[in-house]
Write a protein that binds this ligand. Sequence first.
Ligand code: GLY
Ligand code: MN
Length: 446
Amino acid sequence: MDCNPLYEDHVRRISAATAEALRGAAQDGPTFEGIVFHAGSARYYHADDQAIPFRSVFHFRRFVPQEGPDHLLLFRPGARLRLVRVIPRDFWYEPPVEIAHPFLEQLDVAEVASAAAAAEQLGPLGRHAYVGNDPAVAEALGIGREAVEPRPLLARLDWARAYKTPYEVACMREAAQWAARGHRAVREGMAERRSERELHAAYLAAAGALEFDSPFGNIIGWDRNAAVLHYQSKSSARPLPGLTLLVDAGASFLGYASDVTRTYAASGAHPAFCEALDGMDRLELELASELRPGASYLELHRRAHRGVARILREIGVLRVGEDEALERKLTLPFFPHGLGHHLGLQVHDVGGRQAAPDGTLVPPPEDFPALRTTRPVEAGQVITVEPGLYFIPLLLEPLRAGPHCSDVDWELVDALTPHGGIRVEDDILVTADGPENLTRPLIPRH
Ligand code: GLY
Ligand code: MN
């Protein structure tokens, strides 16, 4: 990827969006001359000298892929961006890693050795807003509490994050490539029936990643573990019985994420499970192909439930048709999460439930409290599509004990429960011409 012109264009676009956010925020709150974006202060484990692995404040990171804590970036509409980098003179730990990237050429850059010196270099900055994780740093800059992440401004900045620039899309394509290498390695390891822990290590090695480089903890679960939505343990035991494997894992490139899930059935898996897996794969592709400007994500989520009802009926788990199943809410325990989420600097990117830049929210309907995406679908957004179908005893018990118990073939459910569940997930770029699946061509199903 040729970073230079893309990054230059990125800075231009997000500077314009940030200036617009400042203008808009002034209608609902105080007026600010500019914004200080803080990379963030490092945090430590309680009563310990070990730092919690550091991640930059994402609004800072959107401007500059500068690693490490404490840096300050000053944004003022119409002015060149000023970055004060904090590079400690240290011999216990190395300074933040320098990456091959042209960002320093685009900014006015100063370098200091401490957070205090950075604040001194920029401050005092009354009439500026502070975006970051440490109000004490705002105070050191002469910025009052009321200007720390003021809601009218933050809502607008969050809103703007959903519109990915061509630079961001290029980063996400690269993150998809790295994830593809990891997924391939897991697929190969599955054939050898390797443990979850071994598969995880193989994934990281192939994706060229250290544990913390991943945008979220890899979810790699054999059998019943596939039914734990955010399963993290990674057993070192050989799989038993080794019928199914669910892999939900991404990669990160210059801070931008990919997030892909594949579910595989091994020989010996129940035919009804294999049929459900085929059906879920088709359903996911069908829903992904509908993600175009003007589409309602909530409507797609409802269609996902209808699809799950159809599949459960086809394999014989449900004894009632789609309409009755939906009316009786029978799919809710089988598909308890949302259809997907915005993706970008964060795996669950911000602003998915906003109705408008001013921060007005569109809460999900009561039946779908976990749905993260309710805002209008528009060109430039990257959204995941990840329908699921699981056999989770905790969620199925009330159905088994309830008035609709006889709508379900429990013998079949019991036979399928050791298979855990199914999730299929791809990352979709919404364009004016329709959806582009960023991950499926790189990570085919088989
Ligand atoms: N990939 C994890 C999630 O979307 O929650
Ligand atoms: Mn996801």
